[in-house]
Design a binder for this molecule. Structure first.
Ligand code: GRF
Length: 195
């Protein structure tokens, strides 16, 4: 059984989907939820499900490597960033190289980078008159949203869609695909390995 840590700063709707989906998985479980916000609803979600939580502040995250000890303590083999807004420090990128992925609510490389998160992304997509948008799941490196892309899914943007409409469509894609993709990355089938 591979243990997954989910890092999230906000509501945690994706974290919830991941936890619940992997609860049925033969090979992966969410074992820890990490947040930089002590009041983040994602922490309440985790506690309700008896999943250990860890709140980190900037000094803990950037000026020490104590997080690696906690991740080792929980035997964490893989990390999913689901709405975690801080840049990941080099020590953590190195320790989980190709074992840490991020979910982004647009089709990277467009609409990514520092400051491009949440409704800002959907407002920018709307302002540009894009005919479609979607989600990107990518490996994490030391720069915002620049790691190698693993998976994208698309949805149309109608001319009268508001940014909130776009957000709903994108969130539906996230909830559908992210948990399943994580399971495939963590426990590849022989076909995945051959591909
Ligand atoms: C998602 O849109 C994800 O793509 C982005 O942050 C958002 C998190 O939403 N990285 P939630 O907290 O999981 O609802």
């Amino acid at each position: 059984m591979t243990h997954l840590a989910v890092f999230a700063s906000g509501t945690g709707s994706n974290a919830r989907c991941i936890v619940d989906f992997l609860a049925q998985s033969p090979c992966a479980r969410v074992r820890l939820v990490v947040s930089n916000k002590p009041q983040a609803p994602v922490l309440a979600m985790a506690r309700e499900r008896d999943i250990p939580t860890l709140v980190v502040d900037r000094a803990y995250f950037y000026e020490s490597e104590r997080l690696l000890d906690v991740l080792a303590e929980y035997d964490i083999g893989f990390i999913a960033l689901a709405g975690f807004l801080w840049l990941v420090p080099p020590y953590l990128v190195r320790a989980y190289w190709r074992r840490m992925v991020n979910l982004h609510p647009a089709l990277l490389p467009a609409y990514g980078g520092k400051g491009m998160y949440g409704m800002r992304v959907h407002e920018a997509v709307k302002a540009a008159g894009e005919p479609e948008t979607g989600i990107t799941i990518h490996y994490v490196n030391e720069r915002y949203d620049e790691g190698d892309i693993i998976f994208q899914a698309r949805c149309p943007v109608a001319p009268d869609d508001t940014p909130a409409d776009i957000a709903r469509k994108v969130q539906a894609l996230e909830h559908e695909h992210f948990p399943r993709l994580l399971e495939r990355l963590i426990c590849p089938t022989p076909e995945d390995t051959a591909a």
